[in-house]
Ligand binder design. Structure first.
Ligand code: NAD
Length: 434
C-alpha cells in the first residue's frame, strides 16, 4: 500500500515507521521544517526506545521518506492518515480540532484519485463526518472515504504496542474503505491480533472511553492511597490484593503523584465537554479530573511536611520530571505542577532527568539541571523521586545519604521500602499511601 502520514509527532512518526516495517510505502509529512530536516537526515526528533533503528532500516530499504510537501505525499496515496495534535482548546476544555480540519482541507485539495482518509488523532465523536465535509469542500468530485482508526500506543513502549496491539479499532462505513484498512493491517491480523470493525462514532467513542477508564482507575487508587495513609494501611498491599481479582486486574493500580501526559488530561477534559454538549454529564470523569488535581496538590504538601513544614531556602533534589519513564514528553507532567510550587515557595530546586532536559528547560524556570542523582543529592535537604526511570530504581542509598545535608526521601512512586531506606542512613521516608 502507498500511505501518506500527516503529522510526525509521537503517534505519526511511530505509525509511519511501523507501517513501513510492515512493507508499505510510507511518506511522512510535517509542517515543521526543523523536524523534517532532522528526519530526512535519519535523526529521530523525539526520544522513543527502538525507533531510531527501525526508522533507519525502513529508510535504507527505500520504504520510508519525509517531506514538507503534503500535496506530493497525498498524490497517488491509497490511504492518508491524519496524526496531528488535538490539544485542549484554550478556555473551554474542548479538543482543539483546528489542525485536523486544516489537514483535511489540504488533503482534499491534493487528492488525485480514490483514497481513504483515516483519522488517527484522538477526536471527539462526530469529527470524522466533519473531516469528510471539509475534504469535500476542496476535493470536489474526487471520490474518497473516511475511516476512524484511533491509536492506543503508549509512549516509551510505542513500537511494541503498535506491533503487538491488544486490538486495532477501525471505524469504517464502506466496503471499499474497509478493504483498504484490512490490507494495511493484514500483517497484524495474519498474526491473530484482533481488529475491531465498527462505525465511525463507536470508534471515536472507544478511544475516549478507554482513556477515561484508565484515568479513573489510576485516580481511584490514588484516592484509596490517601485514605490508607490515615488508617494505617499500605496501598501497595491493597493494590496487590484487589489486582489479583480477575474482574479488576493489576494494571494501572500504582498509587503516585496523579496522572499526566499528552493524553489522559486532555482526553478526560474533552470527554467531559462532549457529555455536557449532549446533556449527558460525564459525572465520573468530571470527578476524576477534579480529584487528580487534588492528588497533585497533596504531593506538594507531602514534600513540605518532609521539610519540617518550610520550603524556603531548602535544597530539594528532584529525580525525574517527564510524565513517565522512557519518554522525553513533558506535556501535563505532574512535575509541571509540583516543581513550580516548590520554586515559588522559595526552595532551591535541582532536577535530574535522563531525557527531560531539552523539553523541560523552558517549562521549569528557576531550577538547576544536574547530570546525575548523586550530584543532585550533594548537600541537599530532601530527595524527591518523582518519575521512576530505571536508573532511579536501584540507587546506592547509603552513598546518597552520606552526600545529603539532611538525608530524607519522598518517594512518590513507592519504589523503595521504608526499612531499607532508613537502614541506609536516611532520617525519614515518605511514600504514597503507606
Ligand atoms: P504531536 O504534537 O507530538 O505531533 C503532531 C505533529 O503534527 C507535529 O509535529 C505538528 O507539526 C504536525 N502537524 C500539525 N498540523 C499539521 C499539518 N497540517 N500538516 C502536517 N503536519 C502537521 O502529537 P502526538 O502526541 O503525536 O498526538 C497526535 C494525536 O494522537 C493526538 O490526537 C493524540 O491525542 C493522539 N494520541 C497520542 C498518543 C501519545 O502517546 N502521544 C497516544 C495515542 C493517541
Amino acid at each position: 500500500m502507498k500511505i501518506a502520514m500527516i503529522g510526525t509527532g509521537y503517534v505519526g512518526l511511530v505509525s509511519g515507521v511501523c507501517f513501513s516495517d510492515f512493507g508499505h510505502d510510507v511518506i511522512c509529512v510535517d509542517k515543521d521544517p526543523a523536524k523534517i530536516a532532522k528526519l530526512q537526515a535519519g535523526e529521530v526528533p523525539i526520544y522513543e526506545p527502538g525507533l531510531d533503528q527501525l526508522m533507519a532500516k525502513s529508510m535504507a530499504a527505500g520504504r520510508l521518506s519525509f517531506t514538507l510537501d503534503l500535496a506530493a505525499a497525498v498524490a497517488g496515496a491509497e490511504a492518508i492518515f491524519i496524526a496531528v495534535g488535538t490539544p485542549t482548546r484554550r478556555g473551554d476544555g474542548h479538543a482543539d480540532l483546528r489542525y485536523v480540519m486544516a489537514a483535511a482541507e489540504e488533503i482534499g485539495a491534493a487528492l488525485t484519485g480514490y483514497a481513504v482518509i483515516v483519522t488517527k488523532s484522538t477526536v471527539p465523536v462526530g469529527t470524522n463526518r466533519k473531516v469528510a465535509e471539509a475534504v469535500v469542500k476542496t476535493a470536489g468530485a474526487t471520490p474518497f472515504d473516511v475511516a476512524s482508526n484511533p491509536e492506543f500506543l503508549r509512549e516509551g513502549a510505542a513500537i511494541d504496542d503498535f506491533m503487538r496491539p491488544d486490538r486495532v479499532v477501525v471505524g469504517v462505513e464502506s466496503a471499499r474503505a474497509r478493504k483498504v484498512m484490512q490490507e494495511i493491517y493484514r500483517p497484524l491480523s495474519l498474526r491473530e491480533f484482533p481488529v475491531v470493525y465498527t462505525n465511525l462514532e463507536s470508534a471515536e467513542m472507544i478511544k475516549y472511553a478507554a482513556n477515561a477508564f484508565l484515568a479513573t482507575k489510576i485516580t481511584f487508587i490514588n484516592e484509596i492511597a490517601a485514605l490508607c495513609e490515615r488508617v494505617g494501611a499500605d496501598v501497595k498491599a491493597v493494590s496487590k490484593g484487589i489486582g489479583m481479582d480477575g474482574r479488576i486486574g493489576a494494571k494501572f493500580l500504582h498509587a503516585g503523584p496523579g496522572y499526566g501526559g499528552s493524553c489522559f488530561p486532555k482526553d478526560t477534559k474533552a470527554l467531559a465537554r462532549i457529555g455536557q454538549d449532549h446533556a449527558v454529564p460525564m459525572q465520573i470523569t468530571e470527578t476524576v479530573i477534579k480529584v487528580n488535581e487534588e492528588v497533585k496538590r497533596r504531593m506538594i504538601e507531602k514534600i513540605e511536611d518532609a521539610c519540617d513544614g518550610h520550603l524556603r531556602d531548602k535544597t530539594i533534589a528532584i529525580l525525574g520530571v517527564t510524565f513517565k519513564p522512557n519518554t522525553d514528553d513533558m506535556r501535563d507532567a505532574p512535575s509541571l505542577t509540583i516543581v513550580p510550587a516548590l520554586v515559588g515557595a522559595g526552595a532551591r530546586v535541582r532536577v535530574v532527568d535522563p531525557e527531560g532536559h531539552r523539553e523541560g528547560e523552558a517549562l521549569l524556570p528557576g531550577v538547576k539541571w544536574i547530570e546525575d542523582a548523586y550530584g543532585a543529592a550533594q548537600g541537599a535537604d530532601l530527595l524527591v523521586l518523582l518519575t521512576e526511570w530505571n536508573e532511579f530504581r536501584a540507587l546506592d542509598l547509603p552513598k546518597l545519604a552520606r552526600k545529603m545535608a539532611r538525608p530524607r526521601l519522598v518517594d512518590l512512586r513507592n519504589v523503595y521500602d521504608r526499612d531499607e531506606v532508613l537502614a541506609a542512613g536516611f532520617e525519614t521516608y515518605t511514600g504514597v499511601g503507606r
